[in-house]
Ligand binder design. Structure first.
Ligand code: HBI
Ligand code: FE
Length: 285
């Protein structure tokens, strides 16, 4: 189920959508902002406007505040311009990449407070669903939260943890942590359940579904439980994990994961649609 790991391996050299011919050792390319066409900027605006209608009352406060500061509704953003603002806020920089990059390179960027942003934009017919992350998923979905100092620190720790996990053969477990937090995480705010996961925030349908549907489970975040739970890559999630704060996410993922990897290797992973005895299924209000 480590979709990204598989795709990232396949994309090594071969190159999926992106042009991997002019890359450096860190898979960094020029964004070439002038090469985007008016049609592509128009598609970005359509994607942005679709999400802008959905996020009030659904995206977490940090996302909404940061998105306003970024002011990226008029067209595909210029990474260098936004990177300056981001660096001032939390010391992170954006690096342009051709698409999915190998795990090691990805983690190495995060460990050095560099966030890889895909340069290509989906085709119009991919408006509603895309398999690989494009510039809209990466920039709209992921960049706003990097303006929050605690989340920014967590992402750097995640990168360091990734480099370690590769040595401990813990990658598939760590990928679940990323999936159920950074990509599909929910957060309990005083005024209700909100979204912080990039995969949801950049999705047209899941942002409503994850908060309002009676279908999925919504379980309080617990590191071992998350690392043991399989996930779906091509449908809405069957389970969402809920944190109380970014501080909790940072604190709960700070310990060394070695003992968890060892323990979970002796257990079967859990299917994505399970509620264990005694677990609380938080209902959206
Ligand atoms: N590459 N560009 C890019 N973006 C990702 O989110 C990404 C990646 N390569 C590997 C990867 N994610 C995953 O394997 C890790 O999240 C586990
Ligand atoms: Fe992502």
């Amino acid at each position: 189920d480590d979709f990204f790991a598989t795709v990232a391996e396949k994309s090594e050299g071969a190159g999926l959508r992106g042009d991997y011919s002019k890359i450096d050792a860190q898979y960094v390319v020029a964004q070439d902002w002038d090469a985007y066409t008016p049609e592509q900027h128009a598609l970005w605006r359509r994607l942005y406007q679709r999400q802008a209608k959905l996020i009030p009352g659904r995206a977490c406060d940090v996302f909404i505040e940061s998105l306003e500061r970024l002011n990226i509704g008029d067209g595909i953003p210029n990474f260098e311009q936004s990177s300056e603002a981001l660096f001032k806020a939390t010391g992170w920089r954006l690096v342009a990449v051709p698409g999915l990059i190998p795990d090691y390179t990805f983690f190495e960027h995060l460990a050095n407070r560099r966030f890889p942003v895909t340069v290509w934009l989906r085709e119009p017919e991919e408006f509603d669903y895309i398999v690989e992350p494009d510039v809209f998923h990466d920039f709209f979905g992921h960049v706003p939260l990097l303006f929050n100092p605690i989340f920014a620190d967590h992402m750097q720790e995640y990168g360091k943890g990734g480099l370690k996990a590769m040595k401990l053969d813990g990658l598939s477990m760590l990928a679940r942590l990323y999936w159920y937090t950074v990509e599909f995480g929910l957060i309990q705010q005083p005024d209700g359940l909100r979204v912080y996961g990039a995969g949801i925030l950049s999705s047209g349908g899941e942002i409503e579904y994850c908060l309002s549907s009676p279908e999925p489970r919504r379980i309080p975040f617990e590191v071992e439980r998350v690392m043991r739970t399989l996930y779906k890559i091509d449908s809405y999630q069957e389970t969402y994990f809920v944190i109380d704060s970014f501080q909790q996410l940072f604190n709960d993922t700070a310990p060394d994961f070695t003992p968890i990897y060892q323990k979970l290797k002796t257990l079967d992973p859990l299917p994505a649609n399970l509620l264990l005895p005694g677990e609380v299924n938080l209902q959206a209000k």
